[in-house]
Design a protein around this ligand. Structure first.
Ligand code: SF4
Length: 312
């Protein structure tokens, strides 16, 4: 049984393990497997990657301090969480650690999600028996063209095949394909990725690229908020069968062909974090005080309308 586990900073505050002020309460407990070294893969954007020189406590812009598992099991009872989200990095024995951790969580009777690189279907079945109901699939790169360069240890088709097997084992909508906007992909590639995910019965979780010092992509810029809003709206349109309303100019989204009553029906949730039920992932990609890429709670009416006007 692992003795140590990483906990996202906000989750650790909500659990009472760190005394600090919470800007937005995480509704899910975000945890990560502990390993004293780096991940065995070398994803170019990732602080945990093999060749990264970034702080080992980081994933995206979030700090994940390590705690004793015992303390965390106690803390999980305090935080009023709707779900546990277990993030993994690759290292020898990781899958065994995940089995052990899921067993340790089982008394809490909370649904659990696991984000993991491709594993076989038997492992997925075992996760399901241990209370997992959603699987995060790290496609990350919405472009076959760029995939190998950014994620050299995995293959594009292997990840799609994994998403398909997750849907076979867990059911429709239970594979959450993670996609990072701003890794050099075109809008068209992003929309095609959303369509492919929907066609195989998976759901999609959008992230904004966040440059982390010490990673291969430390000097790349994050996407503009305007582009990110366009992609969020495009994702909504694909998921509601209205992808014909997306207007392209070459490979870029130029606008949207929507009637007034269709615009009135767009829900404010379009600009919120999209993940498993009970997930709000506050400040994962954004700095507090700035307009967030993904709102952790429904945006205020005026903020929502401003964001829509920005892109329509
Ligand atoms: S597999 Fe995950 S944790 Fe490992 S380098 Fe890639 S993104 Fe980071």
């Amino acid at each position: 049984m692992p003795e140590t586990i990483r906990v996202s900073y906000g989750t650790a505050i909500a659990m009472g393990l760190i005394r600090a002020k919470l800007l937005a309460r995480p509704t899910t407990a975000y945890l990560m497997t502990y390993w004293p070294g780096r991940c065995s893969n070398d994803c170019a954007f990732c602080a945990q990657a093999r060749s990264s020189r970034a702080d080992l406590e980081k994933l995206s812009r979030v700090v994940w301090p390590a705690f004793r598992l015992e303390e965390v099991l106690e803390g999980l009872k305090e935080g009023n969480f709707a779900r546990i989200c277990l993030q993994t990095i690759d290292y020898p024995g990781m899958v065994e650690d995940v089995f052990d951790l899921l067993e340790a969580f089982s008394d809490l009777k909370l649904p659990a999600s696991v984000s993991i690189t491709p594993v076989d279907s038997e492992t997925l079945e075992r996760f399901k028996e241990l209370g997992v109901d959603y699987i995060g699939v790290g496609l990350d790169v919405a472009s076959e063209r760029l995939f190998k360069e950014i994620k050299p240890d995995l293959s594009w088709e292997e990840v799609w095949d994994f998403a398909e097997r997750v849907v076979d084992v867990f059911g429709h909508g239970k594979a959450l394909i993670h996609v990072i906007v701003g890794l050099g992909e075109t809008d068209r590639e992003l929309v095609d990725t959303v369509i492919r995910a929907r066609e195989l019965g998976a759901d999609l979780s959008l992230f904004a690229f966040t440059p982390i010092k010490g990673t291969r992509l430390e000097n790349m810029e994050p996407p503009s908020l305007e582009r990110y809003r366009r992609i969020q709206l495009a994702e909504y349109l694909v998921s509601t069968g209205k992808e014909d309303a997306i207007v392209f100019d070459g490979d870029s989204i130029k606008g949207f062909r929507l009637l007034e009553d269709e615009v009135a029906k767009i829900p404010p949730t379009v600009f919120m974090t999209h993940g498993c039920p009970g997930c709000n992932r506050p400040y994962y990609n954004e700095r507090p005080g700035k307009e967030p890429y993904n709102y952790p709670f429904p945006p205020r009416r005026e903020d929502f309308e401003k964001a829509l006007k920005f892109i329509l």
